[in-house]
Design a protein around this ligand. Structure first.
Ligand SMILES: [Zn+2]
Ligand SMILES: [Zn+2]
Length: 375
């Protein structure tokens, strides 16, 4: 069956006498009833067996376009005829819809519904996106409260470093020039070194192309027919396949390769214990409290630089941590860390503006971190 198109003839059953007429007839061959909208053209049950139209006159009708329906008597007329064979009327469009009933009324809603019916997956995705955006906006909405300070806690530390003689262990080759009273502790493993120990033969397989596997693909043709709305149908034959289809064949080939093998070898060095003048951590003094009124540094406990032996020095570092528990929205509470210079404003019972947005907390307009979330 070659590719191409052909015309076949359809049939229609007369609604007056039930006679089956060929598509070429516009009026019933048996009773003279003109074909109208109540009589549909029917496709032959087996289109493949239907004869191809080769009469030039019929071919012209088949290719001449769809029938038109007479607006006055309802009968079907050939495209090429410019007046109704039954009543003589000319082809005419039906009158426009009555005024006052706007055809565009609710038009956008209908178009939207039609679009949703045509693209259900796209419409579902759009709806899901809208829900996600709404949830995101709800979670990140800004809420502001008038909050009260329910509790405060502070801790201030002085960390003391001292310049003194320290006893340390190290390696002879890395000893500082200022080290003294150096005693040997003997040889010890300083580090390991990777040393090439030889090669191992490794077997593996590799896939290589080794020919083709081919198959004949049979040609398959099929014919589908669609009505011309004039008593005839156009049948189109399309074919696929034919020829050969080939795929590359792969084979496994055994191969070998040499892989380097390493061993770890210890490298020894002389370990020493020595003394040296240097800075190092010595002690911490801590003060803490639960009121902004008694905030202080533990200067008396730290005693930085007091009564030091000859040659020794001290220096200090200071660290503070200031937490405030804010009550808001009746029974809610949150404990946050505030900056050292802001802490004195958070006296017990004082009121502050608390802003919550997503996971961000601000007190009096300054971002603060929740206790437990600190870096
Ligand atoms: Zn009839
Ligand atoms: Zn007519």
């Amino acid at each position: 069956m070659p590719e191409g198109t052909r015309q076949i003839e359809m049939t229609w059953r007369c609604s007056s006498c039930s006679h089956r007429n060929l598509g070429r007839h516009a009026v019933c061959e048996q009773c003279g009833n003109a074909k109208d909208g109540s009589e549909q053209y029917e496709m032959p049950g087996d289109t493949a067996a239907a004869a191809t139209i080769d009469d030039p006159e019929l071919q012209q009708i088949a290719a001449g376009g769809a029938n038109w329906r007479c607006f006055y008597c309802g009968s079907d007329q050939r495209r090429r005829d410019n007046s109704c064979a039954q009543c003589g009327a000319a082809p005419q469009a039906p009158p426009a819809p009555r005024a006052g009933q706007s055809p565009d009324r609710g038009g956008w809603l209908q178009r939207a519904r039609a679009w949703v019916r045509r693209h259900p997956i796209l419409a579902g995705a759009a709806a899901l996106l809208v829900v996600i955006v709404l949830i995101y906006l709800w979670i990140n909405r800004t809420r502001t409260f008038d909050a009260e300070v329910l509790a405060v806690n502070w801790e201030q530390k002085i960390l003391v470093d001292r310049y003194q003689i320290w006893e340390r262990d190290g390696w002879r080759q890395e000893l500082a020039a200022s080290a003294f009273e150096v005693r040997s502790l003997g040889q010890a493993i300083h580090h390991y070194e990777q040393v090439l120990d030889g090669y191992d033969t490794q077997h593996y397989t590799e896939k290589v192309a080794c020919g083709e596997d081919c198959q004949d693909v049979p040609e398959r043709c099929s014919e589908s027919c669609s009505a011309n709305n004039n008593g005839f149908a156009t049948c189109r034959t399309t074919c696929s396949g034919g020829g050969r289809s080939c795929t590359t064949r792969y084979c496994s080939e055994a191969r070998t390769r040499q892989v380097p093998r390493y061993r770890q070898e210890p490298r020894y060095a002389e370990s020493v214990r020595y003394r040296i003048w240097d800075w190092g951590y010595h002690r911490t003094a801590v003060a803490s409290g639960s009121s902004t009124a008694d905030l202080r540094w533990p200067v008396e406990q730290a005693r930085v630089g007091l009564a030091l032996p000859d040659g020794e020095q001290e220096r200090e570092r200071r660290e503070g941590r200031y937490s405030v528990t804010l009550g808001y929205d009746d029974a809610e509470r949150v404990e946050v860390l505030v900056a050292p210079d802001a802490f004195e404003r958070y006296a017990l019972g004082s009121r502050h503006e608390l802003t919550l947005q997503g996971s961000t907390i601000s007190a009096d307009g300054v971002p603060v971190s929740r206790v437990g979330d600190e870096p």
